[in-house]
Design a protein around this ligand. Structure first.
Ligand code: AMP
Ligand code: MG
Length: 415
């Protein structure tokens, strides 16, 4: 038996050979879920000016030192500052300015007393007339209830790094710093190919000996989750002409990545391999992993290409381990596999290859327990439906006992 390729070596080769797509400019709302192409630096302070965190009265904190519930201090109210207005002039010692939340703090003032700590029985809205004076029922610390200019982010500070997926909070920050257009990485177009005489699409009736194509659906979902645009083409028959036609059609779409499934295992494989060899520069690997030993990788007329194994679990696991990081790089995203440590609930066996066993994760008082989903056949798609993660059994190990701590690649968020 020829030597198997190490998973990490395979991944290094793959990541070396794929490139990040160029950027395009989109309007701010369209940037949602896109990937920032650049580090983004704030051109302004946020907040842009010192402002009040409360509805209340701005004053000099030193003037409040002696104030208490039993001995309130009275100050004349000399200004009324609404949100959106600019205070005119400077507040003097022993004066107060009525101020609304978010309104600019007048020069001189260094604290805001909340209205509920004064004698003002504030009628919210525009109706409340400004009183001539206000009684303070407590003292204030310097800076109390003032949001300082730049305390959120200072001019010149980095708001987000290139490679960040722009979520609602990021969109809000970009709006806050006045960034109406955003440079984002172009979304990768990913063509998904299936072939096999046994396969029927979900709409077709099952004849004896046939199964439904599941891989193109799982892959489309995985690609979309990873930020790509999946394009599923119709299933090719097991003839050279049909497979050739499918691959040519894939290339006409001018995709950024092509993923096919099946046809890379020894035996069944021949026709697909012939076409891959005709059109591309492809290596056929035997990887030291389970499931998913056979895998083709290379380029088809310059387009990065994965030939994933056809068994439905192998397809998904090889996507997770090898194709997702590649797609992340193409899409300009951070290449980071989400992994945690977990304790095995029962013994786990392998055949000495690095195994990715489907597990259900449960939190107990101080750690996370990984329980097998049951049957681990590479065709048993239910194991992926049930799985929260893939427990990694290192190469060389054939048994791991209950209680052993393993790495688990997360397939979904843990709650
Ligand atoms: P092959 O590589 O063609 O020998 O396929 C390996 C296994 O994967 C066989 O059991 C196929 O029926 C199955 N298979 C191949 N393609 C798909 C697909 N698109 N959906 C579901 N199963 C598939
Ligand atoms: Mg086949």
């Amino acid at each position: 038996m020829s030597e198997l390729l190490n998973v990490d070596t395979a991944l290094d080769n793959i990541l070396d050979s794929v490139k990040t797509l160029p950027a395009e400019t989109v309007s701010l709302p369209e940037a949602h879920n896109r990937v920032s192409a650049d580090d983004i630096v704030s051109p302004i302070d946020l907040p842009p000016f010192d402002n009040s965190a409360m509805d209340g009265y701005a004053l000099y904190s030193e003037d409040s030192i002696a104030a208490s519930q039993s001995h309130p201090i009275a100050l004349p109210v000399v200004m009324d500052i609404l949100a959106g207005s600019a205070p005119s002039g400077q507040l003097q010692r022993d004066q107060a300015a009525r101020i609304m939340t978010g309104a600019p703090v007048p020069a001189g003032a260094d604290a805001v007393i909340p209205v509920e700590d004064t004698d003002d029985d504030w009628v919210k809205g525009e109706s409340g007339a400004v009183p001539n004076s206000v009684q303070l029922y407590r003292s204030l610390r310097r800076g109390e209830n003032i949001r300082r200019a730049g305390e959120n982010i200072a001019q010149g500070e980095t708001v987000m790094r290139a490679g960040t997926v722009i979520a609602p909070a990021e969109i809000g920050m970009l709006a806050g710093i006045g960034c109406a257009k955003v440079a984002v990485i172009r979304r990768p177009k990913v063509v998904i190919l299936s072939s096999g005489d046994e396969l029927v699409d979900v709409h077709g009736a099952l004849e004896p000996g046939q199964i439904r194509d599941t891989n193109s659906y799982t892959l489309a979902g995985l690609v979309r989750d990873a930020g790509g645009i999946p394009i599923r083409l119709p299933i090719a028959a097991d003839t050279l002409a049909s497979i050739r036609a499918l691959y040519r059609r894939a290339l006409e779409i001018n995709p950024d990545l092509i993923i096919s499934t099946a046809g890379v295992s020894v035996g069944a494989a021949d026709l697909v391999r012939v076409v891959m060899d005709e059109l591309g520069d492809i290596d056929f690997w035997r990887i030291n992993m389970r499931p998913g030993k056979p895998l083709a990788f290379g380029t088809l007329q310059g387009v990065p290409f994965f030939g994933l194994p056809g068994n439905p679990v192998s397809t998904m696991v090889t996507f997770e381990v090898l194709a997702r990081p590649a797609l992340a790089k193409i899409a300009g995203r951070e290449i980071r596999q989400r992994a945690i440590k977990a304790t095995l609930a029962g013994d786990m066996t392998s055949d000495g290859r690095r195994s990715y066993n489907r597990v259900i994760l449960e939190r107990n008082s101080n750690d996370i327990i990984a329980r097998s989903t049951g049957i681990q056949s590479s065709g048993a798609l239910m194991s992926m439906v049930l799985a929260d993660g893939l427990a990694v059994i290192p190469e060389g190990a054939t048994t791991l006992p209950a209680g052993a701590v393993v790495d688990v690649l997360l397939l979904r968020d843990l709650d």
